[in-house]
Design a protein around this ligand. Structure first.
Ligand code: AHG
Ligand code: MN
Ligand code: MN
Length: 329
């Protein structure tokens, strides 16, 4: 199918943008659009909670409940509740799988879409006022609507995603997503409660000089990874590591760079989760012209075998990822 990529002006609202792109989607329905809107709305709610993070203990000290009368919860649990609730209300999703839930969560059985989500990424940064995010993937269910959800509906390869995106709660809040026709970024304007197109048709620089890896674990990396990190240092690359995957990924997407979470002696498949983190970002990075690999295999081609499966991740600028994985061969 030919990719039209009609130029839509900067400053267009998310709603208008979604509407004007509807015809690009192969299943000509408004359901995917509605799903994206539901996620964007839940993102606003989570954004509001995150902005109050520093106040939670103060509020908690006054009374243990928030304004809705709910117990104060850890933000990642709260974010999970917010997104799941938005998807339940919307009705388009038949199931959600989440980093915060052990099992598949069944939603509307007549829904056609399955959502995979990391409701709050970078949770170690919540209490220290550093950028965090939400990552999501959207798949079409495989079994007919109305029938019980099966493993094949949720354990789909990343290349089957129909849309993927992330919210970044940073110095400004952004929504970045793709439906397989390029990547677009929207900045949230809190006083208007609207997302506006700010980064149209994003592309990752083909090469870069930022490498992002937790070097504290260097000694437990495999030889090819150590050798590539030495190569980065020999070339005077800049080391940048926030410890929130979304934030590190977003910076590298804009500036050019590579993010690495490799296998370690302790974690043979690294730390990051295929279904909730790696697939979505891999889809986005490929749409932006970059690459995502386990070191040996394209992330989007990995056949998942379990919900919470982990994989090593090398993701970012094309030339940098190619160089890094060349050390494995
Ligand atoms: P989450 O907060 O969803 O559990 O994810 C944390 C992930 C990712 O965001 C980050 O890049 C990575 O963990 C950091 O891990 P290390 O502290 O091991 O570097
Ligand atoms: Mn995460
Ligand atoms: Mn998380």
């Amino acid at each position: 199918m030919e990719d039209s990529r009609i130029a839509i002006p900067i400053g267009t609202t998310l709603d208008r943008f979604i509407k004007s792109k509807e015809e690009e989607f192969q299943y000509a329905t408004g359901e995917l659009s509605q799903l994206l809107r539901d996620i964007a709305l839940a993102g606003k709610v989570v954004n509001r909670e995150i902005n109050k993070a520093g106040l939670i203990n103060i509020v908690g000290a006054i009374g243990t409940q928030n304004v809705q009368g709910e117990e104060q919860q850890k933000l990642d649990v709260l974010a999970n509740i917010r997104f799941t609730r938005a998807l339940t209300k919307g009705g388009e999703a038949c199931a959600v799988i989440s980093e915060e839930d052990d099992e598949i969560v069944d939603l509307n059985n007549d829904g056609k879409y399955v959502i995979a989500i990391d409701p709050l990424d970078g949770s170690s940064n919540i209490d220290v006022n550093v950028s965090i995010g939400t990552i999501f993937s959207i798949y079409r269910r495989v079994t007919p609507a109305g029938s019980p959800i099966q493993d094949i509906d949720v354990l789909q390869k990343g290349e089957e995603q129909v849309a993927a995106g992330y919210l970044l709660y940073g110095s400004s809040t952004m929504l970045v997503y793709t439906t397989g026709h390029g990547v677009n970024g929207f900045t949230y304007e809190p006083s208007l409660g609207e997302y506006f197109l700010s980064h149209a048709d994003m592309s990752v620089p083909e090469d870069g000089n930022i490498y992002s890896v937790n070097e504290g674990s260097f000694k437990s990396f495999q030889e090819p990874v150590k050798a590539y990190i030495e190569y980065c240092k020999d070339n005077r690359y800049s080391g940048r590591y926030i410890g929130s995957l979304v934030a590190d990924f977003h910076r590298n997407l804009l500036k050019g760079g590579i993010y690495i979470y490799p296998a370690t002696a302790k974690d043979k498949n690294g730390k990051l989760r295929l279904m909730y983190e790696c697939n979505a970002l891999a889809f986005i990075v490929e749409q932006a012209g970059g690459l995502a690999s386990t070191g040996k295999e394209r992330i989007l081609s990995v056949q998942p075998t379990e919900l919470h499966q982990r994989v090593p991740l090398f993701i970012g600028s094309k030339k940098m990822v190619e160089k890094a994985i060349s050390y494995f061969s």
